[in-house]
Design a protein around this ligand. Structure first.
Ligand SMILES: *Cc1c(COP(=O)(O)O)cnc(C)c1O
Length: 367
């Protein structure tokens, strides 16, 4: 049996160092907003090439807090609009709604799965305040085009980098490609904690101050509350774990990339479309997404051969009960991706033989 993502194996490689970090943190007597968190924020900011990093409780909160901070500055007001790719994981859209803003859905480029920058300007109104590109599946969005549009119309660019830790775009890392970025450290992400975690990265000092306060009851200083904040902080145990795993992130992303390279070179089934990789970005393959018109049959075929696959994602956000405002909307490109996408196992715990088994099983599929 080849599991889609064997976290026991992925984390097991670092067992000794993780135990040391967990014990150090657990026995320190300090569990929220302490040394471990500060150290991790510093190393993650340095890793991304950004000036500041603020830990949060999870990735959804990281995105929400950025938007709430812009609302506090007056740059964004209730019901202002944020343009977001229609085929993202629903958390991106929920963050916008939770901040009292209006998500405006944009179709993706079917070749890259990322927001189609050529459609953004046609969706703009006088209430548009931001573009929120998602580096979906681990490949950075078309950032030069997006930043140029944002500059022309004085919009903020907020990256959802929850699937792209360590990815590059023309010599810069994800997390340092717009005005601010939100990351998730959900266990299955390329940089995953042993529980929930998230972070904001930015070069904006004012935003940093406000965002840090918002995640801490709106307070910079104990019992002094400037904003109606929330409680969303990265805890010390998770920060200690992430500090260990960050040291191996580039190496582990390299393993994902070499598995992906083999899939792209060796899968040659006419019923399956492989992902297209931009030469300007360094894809970190959080998800290796193929498309097939016979997706469900392909998934069954692989399951019969002992290979676990997932669908990212089975229902597009605009068709979810939670998003009734979008009911009846037609998004043909997004809907086609949701009908045809299948994610093959692609993670640093896989052996060469397992990769070969996946390739052989995919190539033996007949529609
Ligand atoms: C995982 C993810 C999130 C949410 O992160 P959580 O830590 O689970 O809250 C947001 N956006 C995208 C694209 C994600 O993949």
């Amino acid at each position: 049996m080849i599991k889609y993502c064997d976290l026991k194996k992925i984390n097991g490689v670092h067992e000794k160092e993780l135990q040391e970090a967990l014990m150090r943190s657990a026995s320190s007597g300090w569990y929220i907003s302490g040394e471990e968190g500060r150290r991790f924020e510093e190393s993650f900011a340095r890793f991304c090439g950004s000036k500041y990093c603020i830990g949060t409780g999870n990735g959804l909160d990281a995105l929400t807090v950025i938007l709430l901070a812009y609302r506090e500055t007056g740059i964004m007001q209730e019901n202002d609009e944020v343009i977001v790719p229609a085929n993202t994981y629903i958390a991106t859209i929920m963050a916008i709604a939770q901040a009292g803003l209006k998500p405006v859905l944009c179709e993706p480029d079917p070749a890259t799965f990322n927001i189609d920058s050529s459609r953004i300007e046609s969706l703009m109104t006088e209430r548009t305040r931001a573009i929120m590109p998602v580096h979906l599946y681990g490949q950075t969005a078309d950032m030069d085009a997006i930043n140029a549009i944002a500059a022309r119309h004085s919009l903020k660019v907020i990256e959802d980098a929850a699937q792209a830790h360590g990815a590059w775009y023309k010599g810069k890392r994800a997390g340092n490609l717009g005005d601010a970025a939100g990351f998730s450290f959900y266990p299955g992400k390329n940089l995953g904690a042993l529980g929930d975690g998230g972070a904001i990265t930015t070069n904006d000092e004012v935003l940093t101050e406000i965002a840090r306060a918002i995640g801490n009851y709106g307070s910079h200083k104990k019992y002094v509350n400037l904003y109606k904040g929330m409680n969303s902080r990265l805890d010390e145990l998770q920060a200690a774990v992430l500090g260990v795993k960050l040291r191996y992130l580039d190496e582990e992303n390299g393993k994902r990339r070499s598995i992906a390279r083999r899939y792209i070179e060796e899968i040659n089934n006419p019923n399956i479309a492989l992902p297209s990789v931009n030469d300007y970005s360094r894809h970190v393959f959080h998800i290796f997404a193929v498309l097939s018109q016979e997706r469900d049959k392909l998934q069954q075929h692989l399951s019969d051969k002992g290979i676990e696959t997932l669908v990212h994602y089975p229902i597009p956000p605009h068709k979810q009960a939670a998003m009734r405002a979008f009911a009846g909307m037609s998004m043909p490109i997004t809907e086609k991706i949701h009908m045809e996408e299948l994610s093959l196992p692609c993670n640093p715990a896989m052996t060469d033989n397992e990769v070969t088994a996946v390739i052989d099983a995919v190539n033996s599929f007949t529609a």
